[in-house]
Unconditional design. Structure first.
Lengths: 123, 123
DNA sequence: TGCGAAACTGGCCGGGTGGCCAGGACCGGC
DNA sequence: GCCGGTCCTGGCCACCCGGCCAGTTTCGCA
């Protein structure tokens, strides 16, 4: 019964590092049932690699700021973030303040938008 | 020199469709120089597949809501939005309320994040 | 050993946010 | 005509947010 169910899986690549892209392309190039997408072709899945050293450039967030930022991006309030991280609301505000500063944002919504734009976080 | 540089490429999977995830996992499972990441393990690249049919669908925002949403994504406050659109702050709140409702968000930051995720707006 | 960075906490306060109530105007469809 | 949707406005209020002041500990580095 329809073992013709071998629709090739078409993958597209979005990789910053050319060397890595090359290696992946050659590794994946000759696997049955799998194909790399032609430029512009619609793929069912995308392989993306962000080199953490390449992306953020010089934004340099601390570990805690990353935690707070991630929760902000989920719409969490300061109170929720505090509870989630087991710290006080004051401390959360402290980190949020630093985040607004570093991301050059006017508010938390702006901060999340900027961070997403720069690839610091993924929505 | 040092073509011993054959560090395994660690891939993580973020795929909505379980069947597709399964097929990919088995296809990629036995390729030399390539490995799937253990849960929580840091990967150099991610394979992600989002079914576009699941995403946008029928969110159906009104023209005014789109205006407000766009300005929200830029970090504008209700007051700023009101000034920009030439309407009162109350009206802005009214639209923001509808937006939170339609986007199933708990606040403006969450609303912008959801909208971006679904492709309603572009950051 | 001192010094800065990171992380944490507190109080205070003006202004922003979101939810509730109420209303009115316009316009297209049944 | 009447109804529903969109858009607009007002008041009220509890809560949240961001910025200011202050302090603590821990850690690594010079």
């Amino acid at each position: 019964m329809s073992e013709d169910k071998a629709p090739e899986i078409v993958l597209s690549l979005e990789i910053d590092d050319p060397a890595l892209a090359d290696r992946l392309a050659s590794l994946l190039g000759n696997i049955a049932g799998l194909r790399l997408a032609a430029p512009g072709e619609q793929a069912v899945a995308t392989i993306l690699a962000r080199d953490p050293r390449i992306m953020p450039e010089d934004i340099a967030l601390t570990l805690r700021e990353m935690d707070v930022l991630a929760l902000m991006a989920e719409g969490a309030s300061n109170k929720m973030i505090a509870r989630r991280l087991g710290i006080s609301v004051h401390t959360v505000k402290f980190h949020v303040g630093s985040l607004l500063d570093k991301l050059d944002a006017t508010g938390r919504t702006d901060a999340v938008a900027h961070a997403a734009r720069r690839g610091v976080i993924e929505l």
